[in-house]
Design a binder for this molecule. Structure first.
Ligand SMILES: [Zn+2]
Length: 353
């Protein structure tokens, strides 16, 4: 029979890596264990931080409507629909245990594949796929496009257009172009990609903007080369007054900055800095994003926005401990009202700003 003293001795004899694993294990027991019981309350507090509202029509005239399967139900006096605290959230109607959801969130923090998430959480692969995008749709609604101010670094990243997915069962899907051979490196294609030189219509342009206080924007804006109008659509009302934009020498930025009357500092090719004006943070962000995306072996374009938001979330909450992150990811994904349905996945389209 182990005693506290004997367990302490055993821990002493472990190496640093082992001790860290023990620490992580204890954190999980205390943080996540208590979290499972508090989950419902925390979600309620966050979802209804301004008072309880109807998830269908946002009306605040609601009343209690009995209990069903142990859960309090409400009815909206305006639209007459009933709902619970979890209606229009990822966990709504899920028969899986809260602990599995926490485990799943933890896998997402680690950036595991659909398959690995399924295995670790003890759910099926299709369920794993469904959970991932339910959570990410909700995270997208929760953090939104955002805004930036002050000194802002902006740059484009390109991702190859992809129709990845199981089309075998589909009777309606037609590949819009000939399939590419597999094995082309990475999903994130550099401007100097081998397959097609320059920027083709088969590349999806993602604009990333970052200010010096850590605000982030990561949005799909177009296919192929971007125009100043694409930039205007994205940034109109999302850049604070008196901002200074730092970009590479792409000429679309010039027209865009003139039209929106923003100060522009362009860094010439091969140059790194103009005093405090540079694009080093956004370049570092892009390398990190590229490296992170590589693990997924190409992402279907219709889900690309969700991956951008996944990474954006991880970057914003970068400094938290992993256990806290898992907890927050789950809470945040249950804060907004989002209606993700499995049957809509097939007809889903890429999300451009
Ligand atoms: Zn209503």
């Amino acid at each position: 029979m182990p005693t506290v003293e004997s367990v302490k001795k055993d821990i002493e004899s472990l190496g640093t890596a082992g001790k860290e694993q023990i620490l992580q294990y204890l954190e999980e027991i205390f943080v996540l264990g208590s979290f499972a019981t508090e989950f419902t309350n925390e979600v309620k507090e966050n979802r209804f931080s301004k008072g309880r509202i109807c998830p269908h029509c946002e009306c605040d005239k609601i009343s209690r409507n009995g209990r069903y399967h142990g859960k309090q139900r409400y009815i909206c006096k305006h639209c007459r629909k009933t709902f619970t605290d979890f209606t229009l959230s990822p966990k709504h109607n899920s028969k899986k245990d809260v602990k599995q959801w926490i485990q799943y969130a933890k896998c997402m923090i680690n950036g595991y594949s659909i398959r690995k998430c399924a295995k670790e959480t003890n759910i099926s692969v299709p369920t794993s796929f469904y959970w991932r995008h339910k959570i990410l749709d909700a995270i997208r609604a929760f953090i939104g496009i955002g805004s930036v101010g002050g000194v802002i670094e902006v740059d484009e990243a390109f991702f190859r257009e992809s129709f990845k997915g199981n089309h075998k069962k589909s009777t309606t899907f037609r590949m819009p172009r000939k399939s590419h051979e597999r094995g082309v490196k990475g999903s994130f294609s550099k401007k100097t990609e081998k397959r097609k030189r320059g920027i083709s219509k088969e590349q999806i342009c993602v604009i990333c903007a970052m200010d010096r206080t850590g605000n982030l924007i990561t949005e799909l804006i177009c296919k192929g080369r971007m125009k100043h109008t694409d930039l205007e659509r994205l940034f109109k009302d999302r850049i604070e007054d008196e901002a200074i934009l730092c970009t590479d020498s792409h000429k679309s930025y010039i027209r865009f900055a003139q039209n929106l009357d923003i100060e522009l500092q362009q860094i010439e090719r091969g140059k790194h800095k103009k005093g405090i004006y540079h694009i080093q943070h956004i370049n570092a962000f892009h390398s990190k994003l590229k490296k992170w995306m590589d693990r997924f072996n190409g992402v279907s374009t219709k889900y690309l926005a969700n991956y951008m938001y996944w990474f954006k979330w991880l970057e914003i909450f970068n400094t938290e401990k992993d256990t806290i992150k898992s907890k927050n990811l789950l809470i945040h994904s249950h804060t907004s009202h989002i209606d993700t349905k499995l049957k809509d996945f097939r007809i889903r389209e890429a999300i451009y700003v």
